[in-house]
Design a protein around this ligand. Sequence first.
Ligand SMILES: Nc1ncnc2c1ncn2[C@@H]1O[C@H](COP(=O)(O)OP(=O)(O)OP(=O)(O)O)[C@@H](O)[C@H]1O
Ligand SMILES: [Mg+2]
Length: 223
Amino acid sequence: MISVKSVSKSFGDKKVLKDLSLQINDGEIVGLYGESGCGKSTLAKIMCGVEVADGGELFIDGVLVLSAKKYDRKAGKLIQMVYQQPFSALDPSQKVGSALYEIVKYNRLAKSRADIKKIAYKVAVMMGIERILNQLPSEISGGEAQRVNLAMSLMLSPKLLILDEATSMLDLSTQAEVLAKVKQIVETDRIAVLFISHDKELVNYFCDRVYSYENYNVKEIHL
Ligand SMILES: Nc1ncnc2c1ncn2[C@@H]1O[C@H](COP(=O)(O)OP(=O)(O)OP(=O)(O)O)[C@@H](O)[C@H]1O
Ligand SMILES: [Mg+2]
């Protein structure tokens, strides 16, 4: 279970988050919506350690992982984020397969070449990208790129996957395809998902529980 407790954040004298708390259970897809500029990405960045909060804490299964003073790098890997721009996190000169192998190697998930390939291939099959491993980012579609990003995140067996407008650049049918994959993984691996979007209908449709932004804070919406 992921618990965010009393997170606050200001940029200069601009208040963005105030005393915000929320919870995401294992195997649960939790939505977060709010208008543009309200602080959704700021919260996501704080949760994955990219941005530092002024105050507040994040716990994974009751263990303190993140606060204004502490960042547990190892536990931090348990929270992975996929961004809105499908190509922003991909190296244009690196083939899809090689990007996946690199994550396995860098995170020491396997040592031998054969094992590295096996792990990467398994995730690639799960995301349906096993046929594009020899292609460069410029040779794949936005939907495929977003599935590569998901594969890269899922390879680290996260407890929490944050999708920050991760499907909003995709057309409706590709979006449905990517979300179906996410749902399948949530069901098999019981990971928690924070699904951030300004699309209220999509959030209500896709998520088990939903929070909405209000006054620098979130409120649970009863669907
Ligand atoms: N590094 C920063 N320095 C100063 N202000 C920032 C910084 N990052 C975000 N902000 C401000 O904080 C507010 C919240 O930004 P954030 O990106 O979290 O919004 P958002 O809800 O994700 O919006 P969108 O739906 O457009 O993605 C905005 O007013 C933004 O201008
Ligand atoms: Mg944002």
